[in-house]
Write a protein that binds this ligand. Sequence first.
Ligand SMILES: O=S(=O)(CCO)c1ccc(-c2ccc(C3CCCC3)c([C@H]3C[C@H]3c3ccccn3)c2)cc1
Length: 235
Amino acid sequence: NRKHRLAYDVERVVQEHLTYVREEISDGWDLIHQEGEMKVYRREVEENGIVVDPLKIFHSMKGVTGHEICQYFWDYQYRMEWETTLDSTKIIEVLDPDTVIFFQMHKRVWPAAQRDSCFWSHIRCISNSEEDQPTWLVVNYTTPHHLAPIKSPHVRLVANVALICETIINEPPLNIQDIKRENIECKLTYVAFVNPGGWVPSAALRSVAKREYPRFLKRFTSYVLEQTRDKPILF
Ligand SMILES: O=S(=O)(CCO)c1ccc(-c2ccc(C3CCCC3)c([C@H]3C[C@H]3c3ccccn3)c2)cc1
């Protein structure tokens, strides 16, 4: 059902991510970083000399639900509290209660030109079968917008990013209100297809990505654990 002008795009991209997230890590993916439960994989891909390496990160953490992780990732009001690689972020359009359009200025990564990004950001709960917990996901996908003109010297990023979360309840007590945070666990998959939108030295970009993605996810997940510690569990 058409709710807004991008509803079909959102549906298509969400279904694509749901299809690929289950795909096992096949050959061609290199494990580039491992830290506790976090495993970071990368494929080396270049499109006309530009590094567009897909990133896939698996992580699991106790004490938080997939809904909480996705909510804090999607909701713009928290973004500048955990995102250290942004100069600014702002909502330029609200398409529906679960879909907004952001414009972001990313911190400059020397020697590359400063990047900006404009994407629709959609949050969704997918209840698979009633007995186990639903899957929550957020997709950030580049889209043009008249309120986000591309202005030199900034270079527009092209990004397709998804955060897909499952919630596990260990030793479920008889009734749901007795569940404590130490009984819950979130298993997340983060995928990022980022095209820098213009040439960046390959080795420099690869080393920045290898350092920044794990740092970014670790900082984000620690932030959510901190924010939710004393709050009622949001399933
Ligand atoms: O998960 S999100 O949707 C969160 C919303 O903000 C997301 C995360 C990361 C990026 C991003 C943007 C720019 C770059 C590069 C390209 C040329 C110069 C900077 C990179 C590569 C370098 C990697 C990186 C990873 C994480 C953080 C920063 N840097 C990544 C975009 C969106």
